[in-house]
Ligand binder design. Structure first.
Ligand code: AMP
Ligand code: MG
Length: 483
């Protein structure tokens, strides 16, 4: 083991300036701007801390807030903002980059894996363009809870370590309290990093970056660029299958928000489905519905094509096409397996696909709650049918067919409850946690909700209300890109 594994950096971390081994044109080294005069720790998440070997005692360390609001460096790590480009809503957007994010550390975990430690909202960088480098409390809480909820569902994602309230007022459509999120990810490298260099004709940099990514995160593909691209295709297809099965809409699947590791990244105007609507658009700025729920798998493939183009100087076009062509079957296979598990099917029989498809059709017609329809499927017929409200006409026939099919599958309730969450981060739930913080400085609901979404399959007696669909005043809450 190298000396970088000795856990001598602040808070017992093992730090390593790994990204900075790339040449300077990949980033700008800089300290964080000193955002806010009164930084206060609003909430910290021991589960994320454990990923990098951070003892929860660190949260009370006098240096914790100064470090995680960017006022003080993390050991001798030299912070940096990364440059990337990307396609936004299908159009080439040119140079973007970490406009309000700063890499303040890279930490090795106990298993030898590297984690980026990144501040979001810690001030201006050379890539801030028209932005102010800030993040508002509302969107910071949404990313904090959303990424932990997705992680607890077993879906690949960035994670969230803590929220610091900056004490600063940030201007959006209206003045809002500012915050800084510390997020962790194995890497924040995006498809857009590769596009950035390719579209400038810098093919040697594309190669350097690919070899950096492969060496650190895909060592089994060293010397095999095409095989590595195939692995990125596989991870992306499986991520899309996982989002569709969980009822998660990302909202802004621009190529600069697509992780090269296949992680869920950049939680903006995302949404978990309440009533099942395949055409659900969670981002009200997305007028054409490019990133609607049902479009996500196709957009995942579109984004991979943009990545393939960016790798075209490195990988033979026949090989790129061959790998891209595998996308659909990888997606379908995974999605089918996830949906079969959700309805509790084990043995594979003719008619199963139609059984699942017709349930989704019924749910869409009745606007049945996506999460509860699966969670309550093993329960008494009447309570399940009630989820279909007045439009339940065909639901009893479907249920009879389903129950006949389930004969011989044995008791499946425990297995189904282990894949169908009771608690997802519904918009109204996030909004309730946000309002408590903003209106009363009360982080109690935030803490409660974090615990629920971190163990989403458990019953949590007494917390049933947090599992309910939105009350009418919370229906159709709109979420914008503004954050
Ligand atoms: P997003 O839509 O959040 O993925 O952001 C797209 C790009 O805009 C990224 O390069 C962000 O870093 C940048 N950006 C978003 N909000 C801000 C902000 N308030 N200040 C500076 N840059 C921002
Ligand atoms: Mg982004």
């Amino acid at each position: 083991m190298s000396e970088t594994h000795s856990r001598t950096a602040p808070f017992g971390l093992a730090l390593e300036n790994h990204y900075a081994r790339l040449p300077g044109e990949f980033y700008t080294r800089m300290p964080a701007e000193k955002v806010g005069n009164h930084p206060v720790l609003l909430h910290a998440n021991p589960k994320a801390g454990a990923l990098i070997g951070l003892d929860p005692k660190a949260f009370a360390d006098p240096d914790f807030v100064p470090v995680f609001c960017g006022h003080k460096p993390l050991g001798d790590f030299s912070p940096l903002a990364m440059v990337y480009s990307g396609h936004q809503f299908g159009a080439w957007a040119g140079q973007l980059g970490d406009g309000r994010a700063l890499l303040i550390g890279q930490a090795r975990d106990m298993a030898g894996q590297l984690w980026d430690v990144q501040l979001k909202g810690a001030g201006l960088t050379p890539y801030s363009r028209f932005g102010d480098g800030r993040a508002v409390m509302r969107s910071t809480i949404r990313e904090y809870l959303g990424s932990e909820a997705i992680g607890a569902l077993g879906i690949a994602t960035s994670r969230a370590l803590c929220i610091i309230s900056t004490g600063e007022t940030v201007m959006r459509e209206q003045p809002e309290p500012g915050a800084i999120l510390t997020r962790l990810a194995k890497s924040h490298i995006r498809f857009g990093h590769f596009e950035h260099f390719h579209h400038r004709g810098k093919h040697e940099q594309v190669r350097l970056l690919a070899d950096h990514v492969i060496g650190e995160y895909f060592p089994e593909f060293i010397g095999d660029h095409a095989g590595w691209f195939g692995e990125v295709v596989r991870r992306t297809a499986e991520l899309m299958a996982a989002w569709q099965a969980a009822g998660f809409a990302h909202g802004v699947m621009n190529t600069d928000n697509m992780s090269i590791l296949g992680l869920t990244l950049d939680y903006g105007p995302y949404g978990f489905l309440d009533a099942y609507d395949p055409d659900f658009i969670c981002n009200h700025t997305d007028e054409g519905g490019r990133y609607s729920f049902s479009n996500q798998p196709g957009i995942g493939q579109w984004n991979l094509r943009a990545l393939a183009l960016a790798l075209s100087s490195l990988i033979d076009s026949d090989r790129l096409v061959e790998q891209l062509n595998a996308y659909e079957s990888i997606f379908v296979t995974r999605f089918r397996a996830l949906m079969r598990a959700k309805v509790g099917l084990v043995s594979d029989r003719e008619g199963d696909d139609d059984l699942i498809r017709s349930l989704l059709v019924l749910m869409a017609k009745a606007r049945a709650d996506y999460t509860l329809t699966f969670r309550q499927l093993p329960q008494a017929a009447e309570s399940w049918l009630a989820l279909f409200g007045e439009a339940r006409s065909e639901a009893p026939a479907w249920l009879a067919r389903y129950r006949a099919r389930m004969d011989g599958e044995g008791g499946r309730t425990a297995a189904m409850n282990a894949v169908n969450p009771k608690y997802v981060l519904r918009n109204w739930v996030a909004e309730t946690a946000i309002r408590a913080v903003e209106d009363r400085g009360d982080a109690g609901p935030l803490d409660r909700v974090l615990r629920l979404v971190q163990s989403p399959y458990a019953e949590h007696a007494g917390d049933d209300a947090w599992a309910l669909p939105p009350a009418p005043e919370y229906c159709g809450l709109s979420v914008s890109c503004s954050s």
